[in-house]
Design a protein around this ligand. Structure first.
Ligand code: ZN
Length: 506
């Protein structure tokens, strides 16, 4: 009888699936199953699931000590997908599978007590790792259509028994088809928004240059309604982006039936969401909302209501496009290149000087707005007051233009940025900014005058240049002119200062 066998699987470090060998050895001694190799609770519980599954399919475990080692031992292993490689390696060790059945295969999946195989998060990156190793990918049926996107040869089985029959040559399993490429349901149209012309224009500019945007206005001004329409203005995901986004959603266990979509993600976590839900991590390393919004839009309504810790945690990903999560003895990195759309009331009670609802005076707005730090606001290129919707607005006929027209302009503006080859306008460094966005003489004159009268900081000055560059791109203009600078300046909010004046300009 074979007493030693191994199976290959993966451990996740962020989105990266690293090779793990599951080595099983049957030795003499008291009957027991021991799993070693830095597994978490789900991994140690694997023992019970596999034992029950073996019993249910009438497979006797011979007397003796079965030691399961997950190598390399210093790599942390989390999740239930180790069940299948452990079960298969044990079966090979006790002679229930042909000795070479697991050669050149990556095994992945959860095993139920009845021997049925269940989906586990991360099938797509795991299958891609298998393809990279030139291995086949053995997984549960429920993961098959997701794994098939990887391009690896996939063997997907409903149960352990079906796999045993497959390996013994009894019944060959069908190769699963890729899941569908679906559209993510109806994206709300900009045409539904009556009035709010400046806010709609600001959304278009935000989409065109990938500028983060903040709407400030009283409840009922339609801030959320506006933000929800941002993904519709963005171009569909490119193939490389699609794969990256899908891998994140796979690791988070959010891909349904292997269906992928080119529609950009839109995530809108509530301000009471925990840090782990927002940024990632938790008991088991998982991407947070900020990574689930990767290559799409993260919408934070009631921005100042988020905890200070959460707001601080936003700064790093806004700067670097990725999020670093501290684990017990290592770090995990997830991509998090997001377009941030945020909204807030002018003050805590929802009113504002303009709306005339706040009875507590300017102090109320000042204290509320002070919850947003300068460094955070520095990363939001467009900050805009959104007035309340008036009865006259609601009586307007539907706008002539909607999402289709605006998205077409956004696509053209993005193409123009692509041709310059220095990235989207929001992420231009100083050198690229000066090279591509220096205005003509009248534009420069207006900008320097504004810098003086509005007391623009250097950062605010550069933000204005970036936004003006995008406005020029939307128009198809190669040079930034006065009119573009003027519009960019109108998309800057004057924040109330501590002395009640409109002094704080970050
Ligand atoms: Zn108030």
């Amino acid at each position: 009888m074979q007493t030693c066998a191994s199976a290959t699987t993966v451990a996740f470090a962020g989105l990266e699936a690293r090779r793990v060998e599951v080595q099983v050895q049957l030795t003499g001694g008291t009957s027991a199953i021991v799993i070693v190799g830095l597994g978490d609770k789900a991994v140690s519980e694997s023992r019970e699931r596999v034992r029950a599954a073996f019993a249910s399919i009438g497979l006797a475990i011979p007397a003796g000590r079965l030691v399961v080692n997950l190598a390399p031992a210093d790599l942390p292993k989390e999740g239930t997908h180790y069940d299948l490689p452990i079960a298969l390696a044990m079966m090979a060790a006790i002679g229930a599978l042909p000795h070479d059945a697991l050669d050149g295969a990556v095994c992945f999946g959860e095993v139920g007590l009845d021997g049925a195989l269940a989906a586990a998060p991360g099938a797509l990156p795991a299958a891609m790792a298998a393809q990279g190793m030139d291995h086949i990918f053995i997984c549960p049926d429920a993961c098959g259509s997701e794994a098939a996107w990887s391009g690896a040869d996939v063997v997907a089985a409903p149960s352990l028994l079906a796999l045993v029959n497959h390996f013994r040559g009894g019944a060959t399993l069908k190769t699963p088809e890729r899941g569908e490429l679906i559209s993510a349901g109806a994206i709300p149209d900009l045409r539904d928004v009556k009035g709010q012309e400046q806010a709609k224009r600001a959304l278009e500019i935000a989409a065109a240059g990938a500028h983060n945007i903040l709407f400030v206005g009283p409840p009922g001004a339609g801030k959320s309604m506006l933000a929800q329409r941002l993904p519709g203005l963005l171009p569909p995901l490119e193939s490389s982006e699609l794969l990256e986004v899908s891998m994140i959603h796979s690791v988070a266990g959010l891909l349904q039936r292997g269906q992928l979509t080119r529609t950009r993600p839109f995530r809108a976590p509530h301000h009471s969401a925990s840090m782990a839900a927002l940024v990632g991590g938790g008991l088991r390393a998982k991407p947070g909302e900020i990574s689930l919004a990767h290559n799409g839009v993260l919408f934070l309504d009631e921005l100042p209501e988020f905890s200070q810790q959460a707001l601080d945690a936003l700064r790093q990903p806004l700067e670097t496009g990725q999020v670093l999560i501290a684990r017990a003895n290592h770090h995990v990195v997830y991509p998090a290149r997001i377009l941030l759309a945020a909204a807030m009331n002018p003050c805590r009670c929802g009113g504002g000087p303009g709306a005339g609802q706040c009875k507590r005076g300017p102090r109320c707005a000042i204290d509320y707005q002070a919850r947003l730090s300068g460094p955070l606001l520095d990363r939001i290129d467009i900050q805009l007051d959104v007035p309340p919707v008036t009865a006259a607005d609601l009586g307007l006929p539907p706008p002539v233009e909607g999402t289709t027209e605006a998205a077409a302009r956004v696509a053209r503006a993005r193409a123009a940025q692509g041709e310059r080859g220095v990235g989207l306008n929001a992420v231009l460094d100083l050198e690229a900014l000066e090279k591509t966005a220096t205005p003509d003489a009248p534009g420069a004159a207006l900008l320097s005058k504004a810098a003086e009268t509005m007391a623009l900081s250097a950062r605010a000055y550069h933000r204005t240049m970036k936004v003006a560059r995008t406005i020029a791109d939307l128009e198809g203009a190669s040079v930034v002119r006065r009119i573009h600078i003027a519009e960019a300046l109108s998309l800057r909010r004057q924040w109330a200062g501590a002395d009640g004046s409109l002094a704080r300009v970050s």
